[in-house]
Write a protein that binds this ligand. Structure first.
Ligand code: PLP
Length: 368
């Protein structure tokens, strides 16, 4: 028998969420973002779940090549572009669209003979201050790229710092859009602005957010970029992490549980030991009270999460036994809720799913 811990990936939910993204931004083509091993879901499953996307976007050239090997023939975008000039010929050979965010990358393209034309996304830094050319430098970068014979289409791109909020007090979406429009004035090319937050706000900001391509990530995996819950947006969970109770301890008042003896029973109670720990990707910082479901009943984590196990309060769970089903997140328990309790975001939990966790595919509602 394998260890009972298992992540079930719901390809049907991935398709559903992609359809949601399309309905939010019906005019735009969709880059389904499959970076970080498709947010922990597996690159190949990302490719299958988002088979109808217009393109797939990720970080590493190796993984772009892997998508080609797996049979993906539609566009691929490298979200950070290339890291070395030796990758330039690969862009041409495998028809990979690269982001260009700095002068060094432009030089790499200038110095390498392109024997087949390539498309690029030219990135503008509109206030995120991570990657891209400032609005005032953008037109010059565009001209320089345009002068390279092997460059075909240049898509104008930027990235939002606060797309989870409509009106962030420091840097609102509208501020970034304004800077983008100023920097891109008169330049020809398709436009790509929105991540999940932008896509979900498209209905309100449709006049500002004129995307030819959108780049949703987290929403496709049933997570929310912030603010409202994924359910409010009609998104479905794509990863359900389940395990079982592998031991039960009866405590009396004064007994403590786990490393650091952080939890102390105030009276008689039952504690369930779950086969899942931080080495599986469950957040070690999840405090007492982090939600978990045992045999369909909502209860909570108690004591410290250890490497291979964690402990849960069985008080509300009648007839709990060794073998009782546990849902750590996913179907019936939004990953964002678990993340919030642990002081992080759903993104991090998905991406941190450890390689040792068994992964299967199954429709939403039929796992476990
Ligand atoms: C990761 C990423 C996205 C997707 O962001 P989500 O918040 O997951 O939707 C979009 N664009 C770029 C450039 C990214 O790096």
């Amino acid at each position: 028998m394998p260890r009972p811990l298992c992540a079930t990936i719901h390809l049907d939910s991935m398709q559903h969420n992609l359809a949601r993204a399309r309905s939010c931004a019906p005019q735009a083509k969709v880059w389904a973002v499959v970076k970080a091993n498709a947010y922990g879901h597996g690159l190949e499953r990302g490719m299958k779940g988002f088979a109808t996307a217009d393109g797939l976007a990720l970080i590493e050239t190796e993984n772009a090549l892997r998508l080609r090997e797996l049979g993906w023939i539609k566009p691929i975008l490298l979200l950070e572009g290339i890291f070395d000039a030796s990758d330039v010929p690969l862009l041409a050979e495998h028809n990979i669209n690269s982001t260009v965010h700095c002068v060094e990358q432009i030089k790499m393209l200038e110095y390498t003979q392109l024997y087949r034309p390539i498309d690029v996304h030219l990135k503008m830094n509109t206030g995120m201050n991570r990657l891209g050319f400032k609005p005032g430098e953008y037109a010059a970068a565009y001209k320089r790229l345009r002068a390279i014979p092997g460059i075909r289409n240049i898509t104008l791109m930027t990235h939002f710092a606060n797309a989870d909020e409509l009106e962030h007090p420091r840097l609102a979406i509208a501020d970034q859009v304004q800077r983008f429009q100023r920097g891109a004035e008169g330049l020809e090319g398709e436009r790509s602005l929105s991540n999940s937050g932008g896509v979900l706000h498209q209905a309100v900001l449709h006049a500002e957010l004129q995307n030819d391509w959108v780049r949703p990530g987290i929403m496709l995996y049933g997570g929310t970029p912030g603010g409202r819950t994924a359910q409010d947006f009609g998104l479905r969970p794509t990863m359900t992490l389940t395990s079982e109770i592998i031991a039960i301890q009866q405590l009396v008042a004064g007994d403590t549980v786990g490393y650091g003896s952080r939890f102390e029973a105030t009276g008689p109670m039952q504690v369930g030991v779950v086969a899942c720990g931080y080495a599986d990707g469950y957040p070690r910082h999840a405090p007492h009270g982090t939600p978990v479901i045992v045999d369909g009943v909502r209860t909570s984590v108690i004591g410290r999460v250890s490497m291979d196990m964690m402990t849960v309060d069985l008080t509300p769970v009648r007839n709990a036994r060794v073998g009782s089903q546990v849902t750590l997140w996913g179907d019936g328990l939004p990953i964002d809720e678990v993340a919030a309790a642990a002081g992080t975001i759903g993104y991090e939990l998905m991406c941190a799913l450890a390689p040792r966790v068994r992964v299967t595919e199954g429709r939403l509602g039929t796992h476990g």
